[in-house]
Design a protein around this ligand. Structure first.
Ligand SMILES: N[C@@H](CCC[C@H](N)C(=O)O)C(=O)O
Length: 335
């Protein structure tokens, strides 16, 4: 972690009124000394963050261009906690791949990713690292464009699953429409999982991260909405030794499916971009096809998935909600 985030008064975890008054006085004195107006609490020092979502799969975005942040699992989990933190399904650290490699966050660069490429360092809400996040990439690309960190509308975002080319079709400070090349879709075979007391059989699919996409013929959108996804599903751990994201979906009708998801490292989310790709591939396969376009409706909105030549493209929205600073005292007290 950077020294600038660890000054004497920011590192004290003492949250008492006396301690707070002391810190305020120290800030006021500091600013009075240089003739500057006193800044609002939290505006002087503290990590910048933004909050965004893709079809309501939400993320804390942390710009960390020098890759100095120590993104320990407990810190990520606290940040993502909806009561004691900012609240999110995951964290997106923004840096160049080379900076993350130099800082030891990445041992080596994934295939197709260069030192100068942007890299989405993605963490699940429980602090675990995942290879890829399809909704996250759209928000990541939107953030880069909206902040001016990236000037081009087409560029590459590196992920642990490899290079993901993005096209930002339209974008302002609030919303964006983004396409992502999601790479190869690999079928792993059939497996099953028990969700809310019901057993579903599906297709194991790797899109950089592991999925079990279960197309259930008897499901309607209403029956899907009534499923209980509060408890963690049971799945075949020998089939998915690193855990799995589980999608339950209706069969393909007129190019549309409805999907819900239980994400590894998070729980039920209102959308999962890689999950929609797995769902589209499984729905096409169940329909006797290997290619095609599928509109995937999720609780948080909808996205468009195209599967062609064994690879997929995902297109959907991104929303940037706002930005601010994380209090250093809060962050350091997590140590
Ligand atoms: N929400 C993401 C997927 C995030 C990673 C996943 N939970 C995993 O552990 O593989 C998406 O939009 O793809």
């Amino acid at each position: 972690m950077s020294d600038e985030w660890d000054s004497d008064w920011t590192s004290r975890p003492d949250g008492s009124a006396a301690a707070l008054a002391g810190r305020l006085a120290a800030r006021m004195a500091l600013f009075a000394g240089v003739g500057e107006p006193y800044p609002p609490l939290g505006s002087m020092i503290g990590m910048e963050f933004s909050k965004g979502h893709g079809t309501e799969n939400d993320f804390v975005v942390l710009p960390d261009l020098d890759a100095r942040l120590d993104l320990r699992a407990d810190r990520v989990a606290a940040l993502c906690d909806r009561r004691r933190g900012l609240g999110a399904d995951g964290v997106l650290r923004v840096a160049r791949a080379g900076a993350l490699r130099a800082a030891g966050v990445l041992d080596a660069l994934p295939e197709g990713v260069g030192d100068d490429d942007w890299f989405m360092d993605y963490r699940n809400g429980d602090g675990s690292i995942a290879e890829m996040c399809g909704n996250g990439v759209r928000v990541f690309a939107h953030y880069l464009r909206a902040t001016g960190l990236e000037g081009a509308a087409e560029f590459v975002v590196g992920s642990r699953a490899g290079a993901r080319p993005v096209v930002v079709h339209s974008c302002d400070g609030w919303t964006a429409d983004v396409s992502v090349g999601m790479g190869t879709v690999t079928e792993l075979g059939t497996s099953s999982a028990t969700v809310g007391g019901q057993t579903f059989t599906g297709l194991g699919i790797d899109v950089g991260n592991p999925h079990l996409a279960c197309v259930e013929d008897s499901l309607t959108a209403d029956k899907l909405a009534a499923l209980d996804l509060t408890a963690a599903p049971q799945f075949a751990a020998d089939f998915f030794p690193h855990g799995v994201n589980i999608e339950i979906l209706t069969p393909l009708v007129d190019g549309v499916v409805d999907m819900r998801v239980y994400e590894r490292g998070v729980g039920e989310t209102r959308s999962c971009g890689t999950g929609t790709v797995a769902a589209a591939a499984a729905a096409l396969r169940a329909d006797g096809r290997e290619e095609g376009e599928v509109r995937v409706r999720v609780p948080g909105g909808e996205v468009l998935v195209a599967v062609r030549d064994g690879a997929a493209e995902l297109r959907g929205p991104s929303v940037l909600v706002g930005s601010g600073r994380i209090d250093d005292d809060w962050w350091n007290a997590l140590a």
